[in-house]
Design a protein around this ligand. Sequence first.
Ligand SMILES: [Cu+2]
Length: 410
Amino acid sequence: MRLNTSVALCLLAAVSNAIPTPQEEISPADLPTEASPVETEANDQLAQLAEFAAQTTNETLAQNEKRGGCSLWNVSVRREWSALSKKERKAYTDAVLCLQSKPARTPSSLIPGAKSRFDDFVGTHINQTNNIHYTGTFLTWHRYFTWSYEQALRNECGYTGVQPYWDWALSSLVGLENTSMLDGSDYSMSGNGENVEKVGDIQLGGSPGLPALILPTGTGGGCVTSGPFKNMKVNLGPAGLALPGGTTVANGDGLGYNPRCLKRDLTDVIIRKYSNATAIANTILKPKDVYDFQMTMQGVPGSGNIGIHGGGHYAMGGDPGRDVNTSPAEPLFYLHHAMIDRVWWIWQLLDKSERTGAEGISGTGTFLNNPPSANTTLDTVIDLGYAAGPPMTVRDLMSTTDGPFCYTYL
Ligand SMILES: [Cu+2]
């Protein structure tokens, strides 16, 4: 009997891997209201919150099915890197390498350094940096950008899987280099950079009038020498690269051709401080409106906290990891932003109608509204340039299943 039960549980687990159907109905009253300060407990809270989001999504999918559209049968389910098989991991990195080998679509008169389809995405992000961070479009822009990259991998490079995400809480618990994502094996996203001597801390300038934020360096700093991306060339940037010692460098506007190795400086201290399970749970549970949510996530300038978004970026370190503009040239960017999107998805589904509609948008079209610009609305258009098309309204990007998108998360 015991054996039969465990076989049944295995079968259920296999099914739930394909379709995220929670086994027991979770009512909103069961959900935590405050993040646990104990990391492992906060991790359990996050699992429960994600399950609630999946449950709510599935209810929508069941309704959609009657109308024909995104349903339980065609929804794609994004999973954590460690949940992929070795074969699936390799298929993903092969597709990224393929995108890096395909010619760019961006005319060289616009972005001379864009040599590949991968670079089309990097160049688009560099061009729009000041209009997509600390703006009303931060969440929707990066959702569309990550989805478009996933589609390019699938449609242009024969990838049949989904975009994996990077659960920072796991890295915080076990250490970055101990994850299957960063252990440097052939089935990883490559590992740390070579350990080079660092000449001081990283200083983030932040906004004028605010004190600089000091971040420690990590255990690498040099070129990545193992795994699928050991021969990768970063073609664009730097455009605003923070270096150890407190300086920032740029190669003009960052759009010129400047091939160099991918550098990483994996920094456990940063992932543990800013992106641990408690920090993630706090980001989901504390903010009651989207202004608060996206500020907490990106870090309130002057607060000394870079948020879970900054935590992931600066824990990668290196070049382009510490360059806000050029960061999508780091292949980890898309796993990081899938997790950002997942956290937003969980937060949205705690109050779906409010948080996927007009009330779920706050901000303008410029970085901290500087210079002042119009408020972002459901009608604001997001254009990914030559990276992907077509331009979409924010309205279409607010849900992962109700608009043109059809994906969910485990
Ligand atoms: Cu960005």
